[in-house]
Design a protein around this ligand. Structure first.
Ligand code: LLP
Length: 424
């Protein structure tokens, strides 16, 4: 019998050692993806920085991996910021994002010395400036604009179009840059955009780059010495056989082409530094989730439901975005796929994890490995049905150790308090 090997580890043995449901993350695969992006930029001789989008998957050990690999981090909340600082990531390498930052978060970000705050709306310019002044600091900022580009992805994760809660509409970008220039405690050094997530094609980024270069130029002519263009993240990955993996080499080639034509025609010879913020591309394929099969229910002539010990609480993406996943039976990896089943979660909800997948015959106790779950699974997990969140184990070479302990039901209950009138 052959077991499924992921990143040099026997997944059935991992399930036995750490129990299930279990998130498994491979540091080797994370580093491979980071290096792929680095190489693509270096090959095209583009000055760049990679800001990993922590929202995809973040905990203290992950922030340490970011630090070790010399890349930067994008955070969107006090929780993400404090996690990064606890991991020893220099604040200077952190960018603080968010479409509705609280005063407390802005104060914490400035006081911690974050490299940049990405201003997401016109009213935030004044708020960041006022808080920076009260702290006696000058904060570097970028402004996030919505470049009006529509990428082909799920509507909920399409964020670069003008009708969006994110970013400053292009029509207000110049006015916003002038407001930043007039504000004394902020220093505008770049412009930012993010056109969406899970984008397979590189073309939308070429159009975006052109829009951003034009804006970069127009803002610089106002005597505002911008140096950076941040193009956001959104690089797609392979969830199912046949999906197109985002071609980072084609992407950087396209950026090089746009940069060259900008340099050729622009009287301003300043070449912007290009920043990218991939989350999914770095972490998705580095993660799998292991589940144990429980109830198997056959409805003759209709469908066979195979329930696992996880649910939409550990992977809400199929329910939220109709996301599709591939899976293998870890302990029957060499067996022929012979029957089409539907994999369901254990929540009190029709939480289909995978509809219609052909696998070897599944029985109670088998281990199912769902692939490509590194991004937006652990980070979006909930305690629905008062289910405790799974543990996360990190693999590196032939080593495996926990990076997040399994939550206990006691921890789920720990913030419960009894109002006085309910006390006996
Ligand atoms: N930068 C900004 C400003 C973003 O808003 C995002 C994602 C990223 C970077 C990283 O995007 P990525 O490279 O991971 O595609 N929960 C959804 C995805 C939401 C993405 C939100 N913003 C999902 O599970 O598909």
């Amino acid at each position: 019998m052959t077991n499924y090997i992921f990143s040099n580890h026997d997944t059935t043995a991992l399930a036995k050692k750490y129990s299930t449901p279990l998130y498994v993350i491979s540091q080797d695969i994370i580093e491979k993806s980071i290096n792929e992006i680095k190489t693509a930029f270096e090959n095209e001789n583009i000055e760049y920085s990679i800001n990993y989008a922590g929202k995809a998957f973040l905990n203290t050990a992950m922030a340490k991996i970011v630090n070790k690999n010399g890349i930067n981090l994008d955070v969107v909340s006090e929780g993400e910021l404090l996690t990064a600082l606890a991991a020893g990531l220099p604040a200077e390498r952190i960018t603080f994002h968010g479409s509705n930052k609280t005063d407390r978060e802005i104060t914490l970000a400035i006081n911690s010395g974050v490299g940049k705050i990405t201003i997401d709306s016109v009213d935030e310019i004044k708020r960041v400036d006022t808080i920076a002044r009260s702290l006696g600091k000058v904060q570097k900022v970028h402004i996030r604009v919505s470049p009006g580009v529509e990428a082909h992805t799920h509507e909920y994760i399409q964020t670069g179009k003008t009708d969006s809660k994110f970013g400053i509409p292009l029509s207000q970008a110049i006015q916003s840059a002038i407001m930043c220039k007039e504000a004394e405690n902020i220093n505008l050094t770049g412009i930012h955009c993010h056109i969406g997530s899970s984008i397979a094609a590189v073309d939308p980024f070429g159009v975006t780059m052109r829009v951003m270069l034009e804006l970069f130029y127009n803002i610089r002519t106002l005597d505002i010495p911008l140096t950076d263009i941040n193009l956001g993240g959104g690089f797609g990955v392979v969830y199912l056989k046949g999906d197109t993996r985002f071609d980072v080499n084609a992407y950087t080639k396209l950026l090089r082409k746009e940069l060259d034509s900008y340099i050729a025609k622009s009287p301003d010879k300043t070449v912007p530094k290009i920043m990218v913020e991939p989350g999914r591309f770095i972490i998705s394929e580095a993660g799998i989730t292991l589940y144990t099969v429980g109830t198997v229910k056959e409805i003759p002539g209709i469908r066979k439901y195979v329930s696992v010990d996880g649910s939409l609480a550990d992977n809400p993406r199929p329910a939220l975005y109709q996301a599709v996943y591939d899976a293998v039976v870890a302990n029957k990896y060499d067996e022929e796929p012979v029957e089409c089943v539907t994999i369901s979660g254990r929540a009190c909800e029709t939480d289909t994890l995978i509809k219609d997948i052909t696998l070897p015959v599944l029985e109670r106790g088998d281990i199912l490995a769902v692939k490509c779950t590194g991004a937006y699974n652990y980070s979006m997990a909930s305690n629905y049905n008062r289910l405790a969140k799974p543990a996360v184990v990190l693999l590196k070479g032939d080593k495996d150790e926990l990076m997040v302990k399994r939550e206990t039901v006691q921890q789920v209950m720990q913030n419960d308090v009894i109002p006085s009138w309910l006390e006996e």
